[in-house]
Write a new protein. Structure first.
Length: 234
């Protein structure tokens, strides 16, 4: 039981929920069962879309898959700043979103290229071994060092105030929630993620992915695994 599995993560599941679900099935296989299941880049609980899982000896590919270019389709709600930087969080500030299309386009282009980004407090990054989101849930806010991330492209898909839809192509470690937060600050009205979908990781597309809830047996799982994605380390 080994290979790469392309999953369309539901917005109601965490990334680890998906891993646990697939691990439970993979351990029941009568031949070569495995509990070695890992994902190649966390999606926020609110987010949906492409999540790549590696099973068995293919877990050695996780780091190389994490480094691949990613594409997201994000809807940003302008006029609201929230503590999680998405719509699930507590409202911090609310302002009228009277933004002109020309101002939005200009502000978006300032994010293209290599930029410095401060990770959200509600993230899996750790401070002294403790995930930041656990500190945030205790009401604590700590200073986070800006990190360099690469934004290859941002396209404006639609703007129907207060909702702004963008497509982002970026490198490893980019927080789309941070883009929503920082864009809202640039526009002077605040912003947070309304919805987020990961549509591509490298050459893998969301259209190739399956709903994890549709997998019920070891044979169904085996039939969906990609075995020909090879690497010299395997």
């Amino acid at each position: 039981m080994y290979g790469v599995l392309l999953v369309n993560k539901p917005s109601s599941w965490t990334s680890f929920d998906v891993v646990k679900y697939i691990r439970k099935i993979s351990k029941t296989c009568s031949q070569n069962p495995t509990d070695k299941v890992g994902h190649t880049g966390t999606l926020d609980p609110l987010a949906q879309g492409l999540l790549i899982l590696c099973l068995g000896k293919y877990t050695k590919l996780a780091s190389s898959l994490m480094n691949k270019e990613k594409e997201y389709l994000a809807t940003i709600r302008l006029g609201e700043a929230r503590d999680t930087d998405d719509i699930s969080g507590a409202l911090i500030q609310m302002s009228p979103a009277r933004c002109q299309m020309s101002d939005i386009k200009k502000a978006l282009q300032e994010f293209v290229g290599e930029i410095l980004q401060i990770p959200p407090m509600y993230s899996a990054l750790k401070l002294n071994g403790i995930p930041l989101y656990k500190l945030a849930r205790r009401g604590k806010t700590v200073a986070r060092k800006p990190r360099k991330v690469q934004i290859f492209k941002i396209e404006l898909e639609d703007y129907t105030p207060p909702l702004l839809k963008i497509r982002v192509v970026c490198g490893k470690g980019t927080y789309i929630r941070a883009i929503a937060r920082d864009l809202g600050e640039k526009l002077g009205c605040g912003g947070c993620i309304e919805s987020l979908t990961r549509t591509r990781i490298g050459e893998f597309k969301l259209s190739q992915a399956v709903d994890p809830k549709s997998i019920h047996s070891c044979q169904e799982l085996e039939n969906l695994l990609i075995h020909d994605y090879t690497n010299k380390n395997i």
